[in-house]
Design a protein around this ligand. Structure first.
Ligand code: SF4
Length: 197
């Protein structure tokens, strides 16, 4: 094992918590997630139990990242339980960055505010594209309008970042290169200009 890039004992590190549930599986996605949402209720207690078994070899952590999957399928009360358990069991620094990944098709303004109230200070919105044709191609559950709405709703409650996909058609459908049905990828610039505006 190459330990050359391992953090020094005194360097803060990050904790990643995976929430492995999605409303629907996007065809391009390699992340582990399942659509058996009836298991979500049992998942949080099991996750908390597993955290008690983990041993933190590092002395402190300056980031907690709740990713997925679709963590925003969990209500703020469940996210609160997770953050509380992490903070109780691991040495989390007082000004730690606490992020949740949000799917624009699963949140309201009130829920984003609730996440903020339980300690989330950074929201990663899985926009992927601000163009409906691209979102449809990707099999996403939300529209461009919903993506923009989530982006605007999150501006107040917390620092936001937005996940976008570039060159999606060439990556997702390489077999179409050179064929009659290959079309030029949608321009990338609208995806950048929409959130900036
Ligand atoms: S919502 Fe995200 S994690 Fe879930 S299947 Fe789609 S890309 Fe993957």
């Amino acid at each position: 094992m190459d330990r050359s890039k391992s953090p020094e004992p005194h360097e803060p590190a990050g904790i990643y918590v995976h929430i492995p549930f999605c409303k629907r599986k996007c065809p391009y996605c390699d992340f582990y997630s399942i659509t058996a949402l009836d298991l979500m209720q049992r998942f949080v207690p099991a996750l908390k139990q597993e955290m008690t078994l983990a041993v933190a070899e590092l002395s402190r952590f300056d980031t907690v990242y709740i990713g997925g999957g679709t963590p925003s399928l969990l209500k703020a009360a469940r996210i609160d339980e997770i953050i509380d358990t992490v903070q109780r069991l691991f040495p989390i620094m007082p000004a730690a960055e606490i992020t949740i990944e949000v799917n624009p098709g699963t949140v309201t303004a009130a829920e984003l505010k609730d996440y903020r109230n339980v300690g989330v200070n950074r929201i990663n919105i899985g926009v992927q594209s601000f163009q409906d044709k691209n979102l449809k191609f990707l099999g996403r559950i939300h529209t461009a309008h919903e993506a923009l709405k989530a982006f605007k709703m999150a501006v107040g409650p917390a620092l936001i970042i937005s996940a976008l996909i570039s060159s999606m058609q060439s990556r997702a459908r390489p077999e179409l290169h050179g064929s009659g049905i290959w079309k030029r990828p949608s321009p990338w610039s609208p995806n950048i200009s929409r959130p900036i505006r």
